[in-house]
Every structure is written in structure tokens, then in C-alpha cells.
Design a protein around this ligand. Structure first.
Ligand SMILES: Nc1ncnc2c1ncn2[C@@H]1O[C@H](COP(=O)(O)OP(=O)(O)O)[C@@H](O)[C@H]1O
Ligand SMILES: [Mg+2]
Length: 244
């Protein structure tokens, strides 16, 4: 329901062997809203999304999704519950065709509702015409922007309630970045809750509802667009360089 917390993260700690990458991160995301996570390289943004998506296990802390404690549950179970990740650098399956990539995104639903999945693929082709044109092309041979659209479409095939997106604009030309951001905005307007990690802070500020700033594995700010713009120190330290 709109306005309710779809995601609540409390004191999350995640490590890689000896390195503690998350040192007690607490954030929440409201249903239907676009929550942005900003912060410099190495801040722990991807680690946070990986932990939320069940790819990494946390050592400490709690993740509540749609009212249920999902801490350290398996990725496949989380996908079934409505949580999908669009990973950094797209990470589509390069040796599968566009259509096979989309089918892979719906794997949890394939056995039960194959026909419905085919309908959803048609709907995805209507949303992203370039994917229809390229349906039998290998994913790895598409351009960066096309791969990003495929990565988004693949995640949408699982019918997510909450979409986690890791730096979707990275390495793309400004025009393509605008296109990707308008897709994100559109999906959010259609009711999908989104947690967006971005390096491009000025673009994120255009579309986000709520913002968190991570630094060295800690959450150092949380607030509205107005609040983050008022914080001059934060602006200088983290938004100045990547803005534009
Ligand atoms: N696979 C890994 N093994 C060891 N350390 C890692 C690994 N991935 C990330 N890290 C470290 O964890 C910290 C957070 O990284 P990451 O979550 O990728 O940051 P961000 O996405 O904000 O750039 C960094 O210090 C990084 O070097
Ligand atoms: Mg990252």
C-alpha cells in the first residue's frame, strides 16, 4: 500500500572475508516511492543491494520486506516474493538471446504460467521496441543502452513489487541516460517501488523522492530532496564532482 514501508533495513553489516563493507546500515523505503542511495565509490552501495537481494549474507542486522523478515533468504525465494535486482554493469546473459534473457527473468513463473509469461514478453516488447527487433540477437552483442533496457526488462519479468537498481546510467551516453531515467520514472509512476543506487547524483535528484548517503559502509544522511540540497557539506563532498 502506498505510504507504507515496503523495505526496512536495520543495522545491516556485511563483510567480504576480513573487510567489513557495511557497518550497520539502516534505511527504509516507502511503497510506491523512489528511494535513492548516493555515495562515493567503495561506500558499500552495491554490497547493500547484493545483501538485500540475497546474493551476499549479512553478519548482523535485519531486512524486512513487505512486513516479512527476509534476512539472508535465498535470492530465488526473494524473487518469488517480489524483490528483483538490476545489477551493476547490467550483467545480462551475453550468450543467450534477448528472448532467452527475458525468459530467464521469469524462471520462477515458467512452470506455473508459461502462457502468461509469453504475454508478459509481448508486453515487454511493446514497452521496449528495440528488444522486439532484437529478440533473437545474443544479449552480449547489444549496445550498452540496449543491454541496460534488457536488464530492466528481465527484472520486470519477475513482476517485482520492489526493484533494486545499481547504477543503471554508468558508462552510457547522456541521451541514453535520459532515456533510462525516464523509464525508471515511468515504472515508478506505474506503482513499482524502486531503490536506485546512482553515481550521477544530479540525475537522481531530478527523479528521487527520498535520499540516503552512504560513506565507508555507513549511512551518513537520510532526507528529502529539499533536505539534501540544503546540506552544503554533503553537496560539496559528494554531489559536486559527479553532478552534471
Ligand atoms: N568481492 C569483494 N571482495 C572484497 N572486497 C570487496 C568486494 N566487493 C567490494 N569490496 C569492498 O567493499 C567495499 C564496498 O564496495 P561496494 O559495495 O562495491 O561499493 P560501491 O558500490 O559503493 O562502490 C569497498 O571497500 C570494496 O573494495
Ligand atoms: Mg557499486
Amino acid at each position: 500500500m502506498a505510504g507504507e514501508k515496503i523495505l526496512e533495513v536495520e543495522g545491516l553489516e556485511t563483510s567480504y572475508d576480513m573487510i567489513k563493507a557495511l557497518k550497520g546500515v539502516s534505511i527504509s523505503a516507502l511503497s510506491g516511492k523512489l528511494t535513492c542511495i548516493l555515495g562515493p565509490n567503495g561506500a558499500g552501495k552495491s554490497t547493500l543491494l547484493f545483501t538485500l537481494a540475497g546474493i551476499l549474507n549479512s553478519d548482523q542486522g535485519k531486512v524486512i520486506f513487505a512486513g516479512e523478515d527476509i534476512t539472508n533468504q535465498k535470492t530465488s525465494d526473494l524473487v518469488e516474493k517480489g524483490l528483483a535486482l538490476v545489477p551493476e554493469n547490467r550483467l545480462i546473459f551475453p550468450h543467450l538471446t534477448v528472448k532467452e534473457n527475458l525468459l530467464a527473468g521469469a524462471y520462477a513463473r515458467l512452470a506455473k504460467e508459461r502462457e502468461k509469461v509469453e504475454q508478459d514478453i509481448s508486453a515487454m516488447y511493446a514497452r521496449f521496441p528495440v528488444l522486439k527487433e532484437r529478440s533473437s540477437q545474443l544479449g552480449g552483442t547489444m549496445s550498452g543502452g540496449e543491454q541496460q533496457m534488457l536488464a530492466v526488462a528481465r527484472a520486470l519479468m519477475s513482476k517485482p513489487k520492489l526493484l533494486l537498481m545499481d547504477e543503471p546510467s554508468v558508462g552510457l551516453a547522456p541521451m541514453i541516460v535520459d532515456e533510462i531515467f525516464s523509464i525508471i520514472k515511468q515504472l515508478n509512476a506505474e506503482g513499482i517501488s524502486i531503490v536506485l543506487v546512482e553515481q550521477n547524483a544530479s540525475k537522481a535528484l531530478e527523479i528521487g523522492d527520498y535520499f540516503y548517503l552512504l560513506d565507508q559502509g555507513k549511512q551518513i544522511f537520510g532526507g528529502s530532496r529539499e533536505a539534501i540540497l540544503k546540506e552544503n557539506i554533503i553537496k560539496k563532498a559528494y554531489l559536486g564532482e559527479s553532478a552534471g
